[in-house]
Design a protein around this ligand. Structure first.
Ligand SMILES: [Zn+2]
Length: 456
């Protein structure tokens, strides 16, 4: 009998398909086209890809994995996608709050940046940001800052996925005295990270109102030459709209369209002041939108018409922006919760932006906004293995009647327990496997003292 059992076991092992990992949990939230949520589900991963997702028994029969992670009272979901951030600004977290945007920028951020921002600052700031993001479930983020090559190096070190662009802006900044130099930097950056499995190099003109038409056109041309995405702030404040109307007789989205800036893969951040015509322009060009509800609320910019954007079929993702001034953390689940509630309260309709829609924005919607929906955003065979595990055994997670509702309205970033990016585990049991948490926290505190001295 023992002999027969051994024989059957060997026969199964030989017949089973190899996998590097099997992850199992009480639920697998796939975000596939049918939005299936599998009870007692499992995901098999080989190399950097998901090879199968299904019922636990089925996956275990089909695959023999080198390693496995079994999380009984938990859910597995696609890694979260943060579509707009400025990672190194984590070191300016809370340096000045509750101020009008212009005063905050001119009195605090611009002087602090002029004195503090160098490659080392950017490296430690990005490490801090990546640590916070991975521990709260973000596996992909889009970023615009300075020394973006250093941001890319630190992001790779963390093992996260980044869509990263050097800010191109019409005044001297820490690493480029002119927009022309920033464009040259960007071209070298695009060439260096071409084909990288984690980094998508982007072109990032800051905004319409901070760039010349010439810089904007050159940015688009450069992005298209490298088939790279273009990241830009758009229609964030009423002032931005009023200024464009006064100077050019057109709204910002119309100006970008006329300049040809939207002729290619584009992600526009904020879109608070888009009207119907603007949204149709973005839709016609396939432009994605990064909705940043905390930032827009904290700076009193307004509430973006997200319900309308989604009704028109725009690709909308969530962004934290910040984390200095405009939003003081990178907890993307908080953005989803707030996005849903802001739509309800401004439209006077509790059915506006339901939990299922917010969950889409967190995952597959964010991937679509970045033009990466064929690679990330859902748990489907062939996609990159970007997975998170969230605990369901804490007081805020019981009882559980509806999984999307629980994820959006009850679970927090700190309920994330394990994270995998591109097939590589980067968080296990709430601890980073790739970054030195103690060293990062100590260095952040030291930078805090230096920045305090600089803005006094
Ligand atoms: Zn921003």
């Amino acid at each position: 009998m023992r002999l027969i059992c051994s024989f059957l076991l060997i026969a199964w092992a030989l017949a089973a398909e190899p996998a590097d990992w099997i992850w199992t949990a009480r639920y697998v939230v796939t975000m596939d086209p049918q939005r299936r949520i599998l009870e007692n589900g499992a995901v098999a991963v080989r190399g950097d890809r998901i090879v199968a997702v299904g019922a636990r028994a089925e996956i275990e029969q089909r695959f023999q994995a080198r390693e496995r992670l079994d999380r009984g009272d938990a859910l597995i979901a696609p890694g979260l996608v943060n579509t707009h951030a400025h990672a190194p600004m984590s070191l300016f977290r809370g340096v000045a709050d509750d101020l009008p945007l212009q005063e905050w920028l001119e009195k605090f951020i611009f002087p602090a940046e002029a004195r503090s921002v160098n490659p080392e600052f950017v490296r430690w700031g990005t490490r801090l940001a990546c640590l916070e993001m991975m521990l709260s479930g973000t596996t992909t983020y889009a970023d615009m800052y300075y020394f973006e090559d250093v941001v890319a190096e630190a992001t790779k070190e963390a093992g996260l996925r980044g869509v990263l662009g050097e800010t191109i802006i019409g005044f001297p900044v820490p690493d480029a005295k002119t927009p022309a130099l920033a464009l040259q930097f960007t071209e070298r950056f695009l060439a260096r990270f071409r084909g990288d499995p984690l980094i998508t190099a982007a072109v990032a003109p800051h905004a319409l109102y901070t760039n010349s038409d010439e810089s904007l056109r050159a940015s688009r041309a450069l992005a298209n030459r490298y088939a790279a995405p273009l990241l830009i702030h758009l229609a964030e404040t009423k002032h931005e709209n009023d200024e464009a109307l006064a100077k050019r007789g057109m709204r910002p989205a119309q100006v970008l369209e006329k300049l040809g800036v939207l002729d290619g893969r584009t992600l526009a951040a904020h879109g608070v002041w888009l009207d119907d015509q603007d949204m149709r322009i973005l839709k016609a060009h396939g432009t994605g939108v990064a909705h940043c509800p905390s930032s827009n609320a904290k700076l009193a910019s307004g509430v973006a018409p997200v319900t309308r954007m989604l009704a028109l079929g725009l690709a909308v993702g969530l962004g934290t922006d910040g984390p200095a001034g405009s939003n003081n953390d990178f907890d993307l689940l908080e953005e989803a919760d707030l996005a849903a509630k802001l739509q309800k309260v401004t439209l006077g309709n509790p059915q506006a932006l339901p939990a299922t829609a917010a969950l889409e924005m967190l995952t597959i919607g964010g991937a679509r906004a970045l033009g990466m929906e064929r690679e990330i955003g859902s748990i489907e065979p062939g996609k990159r293995a970007d997975l998170i595990v969230m605990r369901l055994d804490r007081p805020n997670a019981v009882p559980l009647y509806n999984v999307p509702s629980q994820m959006i309205y009850a679970l927090k970033g700190c309920d994330v327990r394990d994270v995998m990016v591109n097939g590589r585990p980067v968080v296990r049991d709430g601890r980073s496997l790739t970054l030195d948490e103690a060293a990062i926290l100590a260095r952040a505190a030291e930078y805090g003292r230096r920045v305090t001295a600089a803005v006094k």
